[in-house]
Design a protein around this ligand. Structure first.
Ligand SMILES: NC(=O)c1ccc[n+]([C@@H]2O[C@H](COP(=O)([O-])OP(=O)(O)OC[C@H]3O[C@@H](n4cnc5c(N)ncnc54)[C@H](O)[C@@H]3O)[C@@H](O)[C@H]2O)c1
Length: 367
């Protein structure tokens, strides 16, 4: 970059984009439907930037920008470590998913996605569903995770949960001495799509499972299927006396306050961006709590969507997702060898592949 350009002072989202390495941030506004959304494209080095669209009642624009920047960066790392030819992107729509959805809003959003000509491919995320994706699909082909009836791969959550379960077992082998979860005390925070399927695996293996959710009907639904489950109140999660804590709700549940109270030996869950800040990884290490990096063990859903795009079947996706066990073990080993955190070891792994591919691309374009 020319020196004069590099030294121009930048403040606000642009400086954060530069620091975090983002390519593009797209603000979307449609007056007729009330749509306000932001699409974040972190990297297209490995392929089109793929990541879900989150619908959330953000308290401020700054909060939404930070969310989309962090989430899209996480998608780049996730795809890279999982060995997929995909870049990282994510989008957020402002609004309450239980109140503000409309066909017009998602169609307007679909037109914005379409305007990026495949550089960004969207999918489901917190607050959006398969039917929302169907509305988006009327305006663009750059949408994944469509229902099976439309030729899509359907709900990615069961595959995500399977990967989390595999990563948790690998983490247990390191933190608890073996990978059996039978009799282990596991707390699943957030029993929505991913949490529910994770509970199924844990119950099947004979774990002693606690569940927690702020939405009572989700708790009751699961209790009606598995009456043996214990319920933990949302404000008691951090101090629960369990072996493994599985955050499966929203991000940033690992922060200074919660980490000080944790009593578990291992954190392994499906939520994205579990660490509120980089310092929180050090806080976990100071308390000798093992951490299976979120973007490594929750990659199953992305693998499933990748299979859809590439025309591969669910068996392929499940087989690849099973590999999260070995990948997690390898990351724990590299972290120990290099005396870094497991999060750092995973980020380094992601960067290694990104750097190599970018280098190869540059070399072939200058030939
Ligand atoms: N669905 C996937 O395939 C997938 C893939 C990768 C990552 N993730 C991540 O996993 C997490 C869960 O995804 P999901 O699809 O299951 O979402 P979801 O909306 O179906 O479930 C989230 C659940 O968490 C609950 N919740 C919210 N705040 C809570 C709190 N403070 N305490 C307890 N419960 C709380 C909600 O009531 C809801 O039941 C998200 O962070 C998402 O980004 C999901």
């Amino acid at each position: 970059m020319p020196e004069t350009l590099d030294t121009l002072p930048m403040t606000g989202p642009m400086s954060t984009m530069q620091r975090m390495g983002h390519e593009q941030l797209v603000y979307c506004h449609d007056e007729a439907s009330g749509l306000r959304a932001i699409i974040g494209i972190h990297s297209t080095v490995l392929g089109p930037a793929l990541g879900g669209t989150r619908m959330w009642n953000y308290a401020s624009e700054d909060q939404a920008v930070m969310d989309v920047l962090r989430l899209s960066q996480g998608m780049t790392y996730k795809a890279s470590v999982a060995g997929l030819d995909l870049g990282g992107g994510k989008a957020v729509i402002f609004g309450d998913a239980r109140q503000h959805k409309s066909e017009a809003l998602f169609k307007a959003y679909g037109r914005f996605v379409n305007s990026l000509s495949g550089k960004y491919i969207t999918a489901e995320d917190v607050g959006t569903s398969k039917s929302d994706m169907e509305w988006i699909a009327t305006e663009t082909k750059h949408v994944s995770g469509l229902p099976e009836s439309m030729g899509g791969s359907g709900d990615p959550s069961p595959v995500t949960a399977y990967g989390v379960y595999m990563g948790m077992k690998a983490g247990a082998r390191v933190a608890l001495g073996n990978d059996s979860l039978e009799g282990r005390k596991v707390l699943v925070q957030g029993v929505g799509n991913v949490g529910t399927y994770l509970v199924e695996h844990l119950v099947a293996e004979g774990a002693h499972v606690w569940i927690s959710d702020v939405y009572e009907p989700s708790i009751q639904k699961l209790l009606s299927r598995f009456p043996q489950l214990e319920v933990c109140q949302p404000d008691q999660v951090a101090s629960a006396d369990v072996d493994i804590y599985a955050p499966c709700a929203l991000g940033a549940t690992l922060n200074a306050q919660s980490i000080a109270n944790l009593r578990c030996a291992l954190v392994a869950g499906g939520a994205n961006n579990q660490l509120a800040t980089d310092e929180d990884m050090q806080r976990l290490m100071d308390r000798s709590i093992a951490y299976a990096p979120d973007f490594v063990i929750n990659a199953g859903g992305l693998i499933n969507v990748y299979a859809e795009i590439k025309g591969l079947n669910r068996e392929w996706a499940l087989q690849k997702t099973r590999g999260i066990y070995d990948q997690t073990l390898a990351i724990f080993e590299q972290a120990a060898q290099n005396r870094v955190s497991t999060n750092e070891a995973a980020v380094r792994l992601a960067h290694q592949r990104l750097t190599k591919v970018a280098h190869d691309q540059q070399a072939s374009s200058s030939r």
